[in-house]
Write a protein that binds this ligand. Structure first.
Ligand SMILES: [Zn+2]
Length: 196
């Protein structure tokens, strides 16, 4: 495969980028000075080498633990459970949540072969048991898989002395938290409901 074809193929693997856009990006890059392309390449290598999941919460970070887990002003007894690290930034930006997070690293999706063992659920149960957690806020995506995942965790934590809440209903179903506007997300967090 030629270098050009290889780049187009790699770019086309990215979410939201079809083959046409990948071609357009590739030809755009080919018209840039080599330094510009070099900076992009180093930035890609740098994130791949330096960014790792936080050992506490699973958030993506260059430091261990991440800045949120390391911040003593954040309430370690309230955990907001999200599917992906991208949702941490989203919830943190849109709301005034001052607790900590737990990143599952996906959602239950039996059809895609994603079972409970693929998610960071053991670690969640351990955190709840060992760190004096008072409340777990289930902030999985408003989709079928997100609902199934939230229900599973709710059952997993049943019997633990912890309040379990879920983001308020009314978020547009079938989507990703990413597509929910900040005001709606902030409201859904404030109006969260007890589920267990
Ligand atoms: Zn962390």
């Amino acid at each position: 495969m030629s270098a050009i074809d290889e780049l187009i193929t790699e770019l086309a693997r990215l979410p939201g980028i079809g083959r046409k856009t990948a071609q357009r990006l590739t030809f755009h890059l080919l018209q840039q000075p080599p330094e510009t392309v070099g900076r992009l390449a180093s930035a890609l290598v740098a994130v791949a080498e330096r960014v790792r999941p936080c050992r506490e919460c699973g958030n993506l970070t260059e430091d261990q633990p991440c800045a949120i887990c390391a911040d003593p002003r954040r309430d370690a007894t309230v955990l907001c459970v999200v599917e992906d690290a991208s949702a941490v930034a989203l919830v943190d930006r849109a709301t005034d949540f001052k607790g900590r997070y737990h990143v599952l690293g996906g959602r239950l999706s039996p059809l895609d072969g994603v079972g409970p063992e693929s998610l960071r659920l053991d670690r969640l149960v351990n955190r709840v048991r060992d760190s004096g957690v008072r409340e777990v806020i289930l902030a999985t995506n408003p989709s079928m898989e997100g609902e199934v995942t939230a229900t599973y965790i709710q059952q997993l934590l049943a019997g633990q002395p912890v309040r379990v809440t879920r983001l308020a209903r009314g978020l547009p179903m079938g989507g990703d938290l990413e597509y929910v506007d900040g005001v709606t997300l902030a409201h859904a967090l404030v109006a969260r409901q007890d589920v267990g």
